[in-house]
Design a protein around this ligand. Structure first.
Ligand SMILES: [Zn+2]
Ligand SMILES: [Zn+2]
Length: 187
């Protein structure tokens, strides 16, 4: 029977194209992303088949999950829903010899994953897709105002009154510079 937890290339050779449907649980610890507060079950659907090249295999599918991220500006958690498609090509990793230390990657190989083992755990595949789905700097909204640099208060909503004092201080500094310049001109 074909494996249901891993895309096993020998299964594809033996039984033909394979369909996978899995619901996977991940902890925030194993995903190792500080922006992640919590994550729900991750649903993974994938179809795998032989590619055109010898020993090439293709996997197309989707991952869907909901999570809570920390906003990188205001540091408040906010809900996030993701559904993303993937189209992967697996090719055998080229042999790296002494004289051929650098293997050139051509542009059409950018979505290629080079394999050594002839089996891809669906869990690893899902983890990779989650990592890609998490933005570098998650924002609760594009217009998030972040935290006050003076007192740390969340500027979304009521905010604080530091802004006025900051502005006052800047004006005071400017006034000081003007005075200095005026004095220099007098001399
Ligand atoms: Zn925010
Ligand atoms: Zn403030």
């Amino acid at each position: 029977m074909p494996d249901k937890e891993r895309i096993v290339f020998d299964d594809i050779d033996k039984y033909g194209p394979q369909h996978y449907e899995r619901t996977l649980q991940f902890t925030t610890e194993e995903l190792e992303r500080t922006e992640l507060v919590s994550i729900g079950p991750v649903s993974l659907i994938a179809d795998a088949r032989k590619g055109e090249l010898p020993a090439e295999y293709l996997a197309d599918g989707t991952t869907t999950f909901t999570a809570d991220f920390l906003c990188s500006r205001c540091v408040e958690p906010f809900p996030f829903a993701n559904a993303s498609e993937f189209h992967l090509r697996f090719r055998p990793r080229p042999e790296i010899s002494e004289e051929n230390a650098e293997v050139e990657v051509t542009p059409d190989e950018l979505d290629v994953e080079f394999y050594i083992e002839r089996a891809i755990p669906l869990r690893d595949l899902a983890n990779e897709q989650i990592q890609l789905a998490i933005p570098m700097k998650p924002l609760c909204t594009d217009a998030c105002l972040g935290l006050c640099v003076q007192c740390g208060a969340n500027q979304n909503g009521e905010g604080c009154s530091c802004a006025e004092t900051v502005v006052d201080a800047r004006f005071a500094a400017l006034a000081g510079i003007r005075e200095e310049l005026a004095k220099k001109h007098e001399q």
